[in-house]
Design a protein around this ligand. Structure first.
Ligand code: PGA
Length: 248
């Protein structure tokens, strides 16, 4: 199975998102590929309605850990599940670094997703500072430990996204991590995750993935798929990447 996930962040207007969703509804996905989009919450219901019975699943960009209650502005994994959402990003570096999400928040969100029947896509990755100090494995180990300790994971209940913070594009050209670097990190993540669960946990690479470099990542067996940010909001680029994953 090869995964192609698109994180739309807050890039598009509602009208642009609707146009993109309508275009994606006309893009068949064949072969052993799993394709999902993570639209902004204001268009999630539209995406679910349009893409139901279609080959593309819908994910949430963020959840809160408690099902319901006095949490102004929050949306729970349980509410997303009710909406028909399949996946949720948890611990994206923008949530950690811009919104101050802690490792404990991340752990509670992973557990809440599993409880709600949503598959968490746990995002982990080292900063530039970690990289420069040779602390990549240390950071990945810590983030995994804090997110997964005490959480019971059964088959098909978890996906990991390795997203080196320094490689994320922030809306334009980024500095992609080399496919070799990504594969090395993925091998380490897989070894670490095996200490938490016996089940196969797919590991996706994210950070400046585009139609021109996607195949180079998927060429490594350690890389089960990709989480694409900026390039995922362009319908032509998305179609090209679907073609790559369906032929991998
Ligand atoms: P990018 O974003 O592809 O724009 O680098 C990836 C992500 O943040 O998920």
């Amino acid at each position: 199975m090869t995964y192609l996930f698109g994180n739309w962040k807050m890039y598009s207007t509602i009208a642009e998102s609707h146009t993109l969703i309508d275009a994606i509804a006309t893009m068949p996905v064949s072969g052993d590929a799993s394709v999902a989009v993570f639209p902004n919450p204001v268009v999630t219901q539209y995406a679910v309605d349009k893409l139901t019975d279609h080959d593309t699943a819908v994910g949430a960009q963020n959840v809160i850990w408690t099902p319901q209650g006095a949490y102004t502005g929050a949306t729970s994994a349980h509410l997303y599940a009710e909406m028909g959402v399949t996946y949720a990003l948890v611990g994206h570096s923008e949530r950690r670094h811009i919104f101050g999400e802690t490792d404990e928040d991340v752990r509670k969100k992973v557990a809440a997703c599993i409880d709600a029947g949503i598959i968490p896509v746990l995002c982990i990755g080292e900063t530039k500072e970690d990289l420069d100090q040779g602390k990549t494995e240390y950071r990945l180990k810590k983030q995994l430990q804090k997110a997964l300790d005490g959480v019971s994971i059964l088959t098909d209940q978890l996906i990991i996204a390795y997203e080196p913070v320094w490689a994320i594009s922030h809306g334009g050209e980024g500095t992609p991590c080399t496919p070799e670097q990504a594969a090395t990190a993925h091998a380490y993540i897989k070894k670490e995750v095996a200490t938490y669960t016996d089940t196969h946990v797919p590991v996706l690479y994210g950070g400046s993935v585009s139609p021109t470099n996607i195949a180079s990542y998927l060429g490594f067996e350690e890389v089960d798929g990709v989480l694409v940010g900026h390039a995922s909001i362009d319908a032509d680029a998305w179609k090209q990447m679907i073609d790559v994953v369906t032929n991998t």
